[in-house]
Design a protein around this ligand. Structure first.
Ligand SMILES: Cc1cc2nc3c(=O)[nH]c(=O)nc-3n(C[C@H](O)[C@H](O)[C@H](O)COP(=O)(O)OP(=O)(O)OC[C@H]3O[C@@H](n4cnc5c(N)ncnc54)[C@H](O)[C@@H]3O)c2cc1C
Length: 343
């Protein structure tokens, strides 16, 4: 059980900035994100695309913004827990909040900041009847450790940089670690991956290190409880059997609102309703900031999320330290803030 003043759900741009604003008000926070790294949509959906409307930054990429926000919050040593989906949130009799993650972390928090954006990013499933029985055993959504697939017949599904790069990396791995065969499957012979990655795939196929098959999965074949083959339908409409010991479904990520919808918080159109003074939900002590919230005039923009996070932090400070005035201090001139920031 981790005792803390605040838990921030989501390490997207707004969750990261929320931690910074809480830090300035000396409210200790833990950030939890289902993804393996911070940045939210900026990293998952547009890491290399330019953003032009962050105040004071003429242009930066999604990745650069995520890096700048991490650097800004660093003085506060905010604990960050990645690969944890917050599955449960419940109010305790003493007014605190119990949060439980899918990977078994439990928090006892005095306040909660939901900065969950459009939801937790989860791997897209390969929709084939009977395949889900092999999730986690013969169907994986990321390549396992080197050598794990040695001698196996591997089918890789996907068409982006990750899928093509993983397929080529497996097919060209050193002999003892190399699978018996690697076949990339995509519905057509055109890919969303970068041209240089596609070129490496074509070179590996030409060198007969692997195969590419333009087809779609339509069924599975099993034997004694094990997946043995996938049924594929080619572009010519013919169905054929492709042996498979392991399926790597590398179809990208899609956001899912998931458990948040079941926490008893007031919602409108799958977003959390908040006031505009503290960006608090209908449960005192639970705030919602960034793309996850809604209020009259809401715009899903990063700069709006930064404003929401600032006022949510002040609202929480007032609630956590009743009777104490929450003074506004400037980072430019406040010796207290300079000390906190280490400047
Ligand atoms: C292509 C594209 C371009 C864009 N360009 C701009 C632009 O130029 N300017 C601009 O202002 N905005 C832009 N946006 C919008 C901007 O990216 C979003 O407004 C911003 O990312 C919202 O930040 P957030 O922190 O609220 O949510 P997100 O960035 O969505 O982050 C939410 C995080 O919460 C995590 N999460 C969700 N649920 C859980 C859970 N239960 N447990 C654990 N973790 C959870 C997710 O994994 C995710 O990492 C763009 C969006 C897209 C898609």
């Amino acid at each position: 059980m981790i005792e803390t003043d605040a838990v921030i759900i989501g390490a997207g741009p707004v969750g990261l900035y929320q931690a910074f604003q809480l830090g300035l008000l000396e409210i200790g926070a833990h950030i939890v994100d289902a993804l393996p790294a911070p940045g939210g949509q900026c990293i998952e959906l547009y890491p290399d695309k330019p953003i032009y409307d962050i105040p004071g930054i003429v242009q930066c990429s999604g990745r650069e913004l995520a890096e700048r926000l991490q650097a800004q919050v660093r003085p506060f040593n905010t604990a960050m827990h990645f690969g944890h989906l917050v599955a449960e949130l419940a109010t305790q009799p003493d007014g605190r909040f119990a949060l439980t993650t899918s990977a078994g972390l439990v928090f006892n928090a005095r306040s909660v900041f939901i900065a969950a954006g459009v939801g937790a990013f989860q791997p897209r499933a390969l929709k084939v009847i009977g395949l889900d029985a092999f999730e986690g055993t013969q169907v994986l959504h990321q390549a396992p450790a080197a050598g794990t697939l040695s001698g196996q017949q591997v089918l890789v599904f996907g068409d982006d940089d990750v899928a093509l790069s993983e397929a080529v990396a497996l097919a060209t791995s050193p002999r003892p670690q190399r699978p018996a065969s690697v076949t990339l499957v995509h519905r057509r012979d055109a890919f969303s991956a970068a041209p240089d990655v596609v070129a490496r795939l074509r070179a590996a196929c030409d060198a007969q290190q692997m195969r590419f098959v333009a087809a779609q999965a339509v069924g599975v074949e099993t034997n004694a409880g094990r997946l043995t083959s996938m049924l594929l339908i080619g572009v010519d409409g013919a169905t054929f059997v492709q042996p498979a010991d392991m399926v790597l479904a590398l179809l990208g990520l899609s956001p899912k609102l998931g458990p948040i919808a079941h926490w008893g918080l007031a919602m409108a159109k799958r977003q959390l309703q908040v006031d505009t003074e503290q960006f608090q939900t209908n449960v005192p002590g639970i705030h919602a900031v960034g793309d996850i919230n809604t209020y009259p005039g809401k715009r899903k923009l990063i700069t709006c999320g930064f404003h929401e996070a600032t006022l949510a932090a002040y609202g929480a400070a007032q609630r956590l330290r009743p009777g104490e005035p929450v003074l506004l201090q400037y980072t430019t001139t406040s010796p207290r803030l300079h000390k906190l920031l280490g400047v």
